[in-house]
Write a protein that binds this ligand. Structure first.
Ligand SMILES: NC(=O)c1ccc[n+]([C@@H]2O[C@H](COP(=O)([O-])OP(=O)(O)OC[C@H]3O[C@@H](n4cnc5c(N)ncnc54)[C@H](O)[C@@H]3O)[C@@H](O)[C@H]2O)c1
Length: 274
């Protein structure tokens, strides 16, 4: 059997939906998989180390990245709650990159989001080279994450792949996801490709399956070697039969980010705006 590609990989967000899905697949790529979350990820499995730490805990993050060779960063906040976003996605991400620098980590695979560009019109084909157009504060924190990745590559040669994940679920739910869906198997392929690619540099790629009506052109990220093998198409007939056609003013019909374009108004406290 060949040697694993890495000595130690760190998976953050290991208690979350995608972290739990990725965890068993990462073990085969490393001698030791360190899994971490602020919520206990459960007992260590064979070849694993388990840590409970918050991204906003600077010292804790410094210790978490000790002797780590690559990071798969899936910890973070998806809720439109500024205090949580600030702690986890802004401060926490800076702690992650700084701890990576101090500990000599060479590669970070980062869960970004399609909501970094969610204000582009639905149907327009865009590429990772197009300017960011976040659709909410959450999306804006992902742009920050990508900016940090760029900075730490230019300044310290730490490689990053920023995955602008579409909708990662066991199956597409609703019409928008016919465009944005990524299967769990394809997301696993994507993370694996980014870990095994000879050179990542600073790369941004959309995390999407091979969907007929995808809006994202990943040809500029071909060097990462990601070839999606699933598609939302087999689910189309059932989704179209069970959900009404989208009204022309439905955010899912207008914007790539769908309803996320309204989430700031739904959650904003006007008491903070006087
Ligand atoms: N699920 C999707 O379709 C999707 C789409 C786009 C992007 N993403 C991104 O992928 C990542 C994982 O998504 P998920 O669906 O597994 O989310 P999730 O909410 O299920 O998991 C996130 C994990 O991060 C942990 N976390 C949150 N704040 C933390 C903090 N301050 N310190 C330490 N840990 C913290 C949580 O405890 C949780 O276990 C997120 O960054 C998310 O933005 C997911």
């Amino acid at each position: 059997m060949s040697e694993p590609a890495y000595r130690r990989i760190l998976l953050t967000g290991a208690t979350g939906a995608l972290g739990r899905m990725l965890r068993p697949h990462l073990k085969e790529l490393c001698e030791t998989l360190r899994v971490a979350d602020r919520v206990d990820p459960g007992p260590a499995r064979e070849g694993e180390e388990v840590r409970t730490v918050s991204l906003e805990d600077r010292e804790g993050m410094l210790a978490l990245l000790e002797e780590v060779d690559a990071v798969v960063h899936f910890g973070g906040v998806m809720k439109e709650d500024w205090d949580l976003l600030l702690a986890g996605n802004i401060v926490g991400l800076q702690h992650l990159y700084e701890a990576a620098r101090i500990n000599g980590v060479k590669r970070i695979i980062q869960a970004s989001s399609n909501h970094a560009t969610g204000f582009y019109p639905a149907g327009q084909v865009i590429s990772p080279q197009d300017p960011a157009r976040p659709d909410c504060l959450y999306g804006a924190t992902k742009v920050w994450g990508e900016a940090l990745a760029r900075l730490y590559f230019d300044r310290y040669a730490i490689e990053s792949a920023c995955l602008r994940i579409g909708s990662a679920f066991p199956r597409p739910n609703g019409r928008r996801m016919l465009s944005t869906w990524i299967s769990y198997a394809d997301l696993t392929r994507l993370v694996r490709s980014c870990l095994l690619a000879p050179r990542v540099g600073f790369s941004t790629i959309y995390g999407v399956s091979n969907n007929r009506d995808a809006w994202w052109d990943n040809s500029s990220a071909a060097h990462l070697g990601y070839t999606p093998q699933d598609s939302s198409e087999p689910f189309r007939a059932e989704i179209e039969a069970s959900t009404p056609a989208l009204a022309p003013d439905d955010p899912d019909a207008l914007y790539q980010g769908g309803r996320f374009v309204h989430v700031m108004d739904e959650t904003r406290s006007d008491r903070d705006c006087n």
